[in-house]
Design a protein around this ligand. Sequence first.
Ligand code: SF4
Ligand code: SF4
Length: 259
Amino acid sequence: MMEGGYKKYDKFHLWDFVGEQKAKGLVKHMGFSFHAGPQLLDRLLKEHPEVDFVQLQINYADWENPSVTARANYEVARKHGKSIVVMEPVKGGNLANPPAAVKRLLDEYHPDMSYASWAIRFVASLDGIITVLSGMSNTQQMEDNLSYMKKFQPLNEAEQKIIQEAQRILGNSSTIPCTACHYCTEGCPKKIPIPEIFSAMNKQLGNGQMAEAVSDYRKATSLTGKASECINCRQCERICPQHLGITDYLKQCVDALEK
Ligand code: SF4
Ligand code: SF4
């Protein structure tokens, strides 16, 4: 559900359709994934009290991010008594490899725990969470997730303070807050691998790894469009759930990684 598309759910009677399936017992719990602000969420939940759960983007880096409004959306959902499924708890993998200053902070308290564990435990510690959707790409990541989710311990007071400090550091970080969802790439007429380019750029912005950033950029664009081939059609910006100024970021990448 996004600001630009939610009306089609009324137009095509999708609420009624899902309600009918629920009445027949074919659907047990009804909910929707949401990529907009708290006002629209509040309105939808008032209009549709039959909704059981909402799927929200929540992670500690975006908790107060004005373009994601994680905290505000979470509070609206809870005000309406809805359960929450969390998406992007590790922010598209960014919080599994945070900037060096955050790594130092987390290592100091838990040298043996993964950076992803902090991100997942942060959201799992909130009230009303029924599922944390963590995109895992290999068995090792799944084993890591299971190691702290099987006998789950919410963040303690000291850990909450550490997360607040990490949020402060990330608030000052100039990395590009792309979650690598890839929604933007399919319609790009120049086939520009936007999230891979931003991931390369973040190596330079977050950790000052210029050589790695250039190398990753070359690999990402060896068979596809380069950042400099962008024609500013902005289809990517219209669809980006993070509302990123993609074309401006791409210009930054051209200057840093192509020249
Ligand atoms: S604005 Fe650039 S990156 Fe975005 S879809 Fe158009 S060509 Fe692709
Ligand atoms: S749609 Fe936005 S957040 Fe998703 S990959 Fe593209 S730039 Fe990143």
